[in-house]
Design a protein around this ligand. Structure first.
Ligand code: NI
Length: 138
C-alpha cells in the first residue's frame, strides 16, 4: 500500500464550488479521488508527449461489404504488428463492423498507425484512446 500524504490546497471559493458540482456529477465519493484522477490524467498526457512507452486503443467503424477496405486494414495491421497486442472485431449489424485494436508502443508509432488506418477510404469513424502502461501512475 503506497504511503498517503495530506496537503492543503488554496483556491477561489467559486472555483471550488464548480469543482464540487463537477465531481458530484462524475460520481466521485470525495475530492481526493477526483484530484488523484486529474493528476493521473496529466501524467498520462505527458507520457504521450514524451518518447515513453504508452498503451491505448484504436477503435474503427467501417462497412464490411467493402472487401478492398478490409484487405487494406489487414495489410496495415500486419505492417504494424510489433505494436498491436490484441484486436477485437465486432459485427455491429448487417453492414457495419467495429474493430478495437490495442496497442503498446512509443506514442509516435501508435499515432502513425491510427492516422494510417483513418486515412483509408471507407473508414467511417476512428478514435485513438491515449492511455498508459500504468507504470508511471499509482
Ligand atoms: Ni464484421
Amino acid at each position: 500500500m503506497p504511503k498517503l500524504v495530506r496537503f492543503g490546497i488554496s483556491l477561489e471559493k467559486e472555483l471550488l464550488a464548480k469543482f464540487d458540482k463537477h465531481i458530484s456529477k462524475k460520481k466521485y465519493q470525495n475530492r481526493s479521488e477526483a484530484i488523484r484522477d486529474l493528476i493521473r490524467e496529466e501524467i498520462v498526457k505527458t507520457e504521450w508527449l514524451k518518447d515513453k512507452e504508452v498503451a491505448g486503443t484504436i477503435t474503427l467503424v467501417y462497412d464490411h461489404h467493402k472487401r478492398e477496405l478490409i484487405n487494406k486494414l489487414t495489410d496495415i495491421q500486419h505492417d504494424f504488428h510489433e505494436l498491436i497486442i490484441s484486436t477485437q472485431h465486432i459485427h455491429l449489424d448487417h453492414d457495419n463492423c467495429l474493430e478495437i485494436i490495442a496497442v503498446k508502443s512509443k506514442p509516435k508509432e501508435a499515432q502513425k498507425l491510427a492516422d494510417t488506418l483513418k486515412s483509408i477510404k471507407g473508414v467511417k469513424h476512428e478514435t485513438l484512446s491515449m492511455s498508459s502502461t500504468g507504470k508511471e501512475i499509482i
